[in-house]
Ligand binder design. Structure first.
Ligand SMILES: Cc1ncc(COP(=O)(O)O)c(C=O)c1O
Length: 394
């Protein structure tokens, strides 16, 4: 076989980490704390079936024709009212669009703004797929220090002054992988710094609806006076990740450029699933569905925190999250969770995601592990954490 000359900017790009997570998730013999999927019990299966049939009964030709790049207008209107303005964000229809999951939203913002070599600030640690997306485009990643409330404002301002970044990528609520949440004061400060230093903020907020305890925080976008913040959210954790629907909110000229880029990617996202999400909002299901699924997740989160307390070594560090899907654990001592996961899959049939791929400098994550609690029942969580704890205690 020939040795192909792939694009130079893909030298650092590999889908292996995500591929491995997905393979463990689909193996029924493995208790996987690896993915970021909602609970199977939380999927509105019957509603989706009915909504798809309704769409084909009521608007079949619109569903099967080409649509507008910015999305299915009924969904954009409902999304604007129920999920954007309802959070205190000042926006009009021209500021919102629908994409193929939050993943596409972030890809579009990076393609819209980032030239090869531009600096992008990210949290340390951050979402591993975002690192891949930024590497794909040739960005230079600089990590901003974090504490248990997310990125530290002193380090952020210092890094802005030192590196003159084009963009900050931030996951403000129940962050992936740490579960941490930025308080309102830091959100407001981020919006101010972005305006003052002319930095675009990609605010990736797919978990904000999944709060089980504590007080809701306002989106960074709601503090944005100058249009520097682009908000990305998603129906993946609310309705289902398989339908691949996400929302974007941006200043008009930014949105127009992003839509020009989206046109090159996929012309528009699938209309049938956009109509399913429109119907979900039209029927007023957002509040009721969240109220139904949050107790399932709270029970699982507590089951995981209790099991960790019972079975893990006592010298770990962990900040209990108030929502989202993940618990982030830092082990003590000279350990490498990349080796531990190989052992735990082989000996105990338990998978998790080692910390390294979430860091710009991967070695910094050697002691860390991300544990997802949403996709296993409390019994399986207890069983898996007990087996993992036994390995960790050795
Ligand atoms: C922080 C973050 N952003 C984006 C996504 C992708 O979401 P979507 O399924 O909407 O593409 C995820 C999914 O796990 C995530 O954790």
């Amino acid at each position: 076989m020939a040795e192909f000359k792939f694009a130079k900017r893909l030298d650092n790009v590999s889908g292996e980490a995500v591929k491995e997570i997905l393979s463990y998730m689909s193996d029924p013999n493995i208790i996987s704390f690896g993915g970021g999927s909602p609970a199977k019990e939380a999927y509105p299966t019957e509603f989706v079936r009915e909504a798809l049939l309704n769409a084909m009964d009521k608007v079949p030709l619109q569903m099967l024709s080409y649509g507008q790049t910015e999305g299915w207008k009924p969904l954009r209107e409902l999304y604007l009212e129920q999920m954007v303005r309802a959070k205190g964000i000042k926006a009009d229809l021209e500021n919102v669009a629908i994409g193929t999951g939050g993943t596409q939203g972030f890809d579009l913002v990076t393609q819209t703004f980032i030239n090869e070599g531009d600096v992008v600030l990210v949290e340390s640690p951050t979402f591993l797929s975002a690192i891949t997306t930024l590497n794909k485009i040739g960005a230079k990643l600089v990590a901003v220090e974090t504490d248990a409330y997310g990125i530290r404002m002193d380090d952020l301002e210092e890094k802005i002054k030192t590196y003159h970044p084009k963009m900050l990528y931030v996951i403000p609520t129940f962050q992936n992988p740490t579960g941490w949440t930025l308080p309102n004061a830091r959100r407001q400060k981020i919006a101010e710094l972005a305006s003052r230093y002319d930095v675009i903020v990609a605010e990736d907020d797919p978990y904000c609806a999944l709060r089980y305890r504590g007080e809701e925080q306002a989106p960074i976008k709601s503090f944005d006076e100058t249009g520097h913040v682009v908000l990305l959210d998603s129906f993946s954790k609310i309705v289902s990740p398989g339908i691949r629907v996400g929302g974007m909110v941006a200043e008009k000229s930014i949105m127009e450029k992003m839509m020009a880029v989206k046109q090159c990617c996929d012309t528009h996202s699938t209309l049938l699933v956009q109509e399913v999400c429109a119907e979900f909002l039209r029927r007023g299901m957002l509040k009721g569905h969240l109220e139904a699924i949050k107790p399932i997740y709270l029970e699982r989160m507590d089951a995981m925190l209790n099991a960790i307390d019972k079975y893990f070594p006592k010298d770990i560090s962990l900040t209990p999250p108030e929502g989202g899907l993940f618990v982030w654990v830092r082990l003590n001592g000279d350990v490498d969770t990349r080796q531990i996961v190989k052992r735990s899959v082989k000996e105990a049939n338990v998978a998790f995601v080692p910390g390294c791929p979430f860091f710009v400098e991967p070695e910094k994550g050697k002691q860390c592990m991300r544990l997802n609690f949403s996709s296993q029942t409390p019994d399986r969580i207890e069983e898996g954490i007990k087996a993992l704890g036994k390995i960790l205690c050795e």
